[in-house]
Design a protein around this ligand. Sequence first.
Ligand code: GAR
Length: 197
Amino acid sequence: MKRIGVLISGGGTNLQALIDKQGSVIKSGKIVCVCSNSASAYGLERAKKAGIPTKVIRKNADCGGDTEVFSHSICEYMKEMDVDVIVLAGFMAIFGGELLNEYSGRIINIHPSLIPSFCGKGMYGLKVHEAALGYGVKVTGATVHLVNDVVDGGKILMQKAVYVQDGDTPETLQRRVMEEAEWIILPEAVEKFCAGS
Ligand code: GAR
């Protein structure tokens, strides 16, 4: 059984999907802690309701705005909780150095587009869907991938396509991509990774 640490920044609906699928889809791993870079992230409440230990580590307030210190602090917490696999579930901060080295090949991210479209630095959350609508694509989706030192550049583990509909706004598209893709493929990809297949 792999020990999973989840990093979040906001609402935590992807975290909720992981919690809900524990035992059914996710059989080879267990969420042992949730870490947020924002104290007001609603995902923290979701974790508490599920009885999962939480910690807040803020880049500015706790780490002096230093990326290396931030990375070190998260890494220390993950090691303290004996985490094997890290899942970024709507984690909006960039980290590097120690965390990336220590957990190389064991960090999974969910991105709300079909990589390599609408990804990279500055492309997160609603901005991704604004860009997709702005470009006029008719199909978008979500991607689960491994994290390396290139933003959204690691090996793709799973993707699912979602149709854009006439009259979509960034908000309606975001919701459909979550419902039809993210909440399905993130738990599936995490299970596949934990099971070693
Ligand atoms: C999700 O759509 C996730 O794919 C995206 O932010 C949202 C977080 O929602 N992540 C990124 O854009 C990362 N580059 P959630 O907190 O409800 O899971």
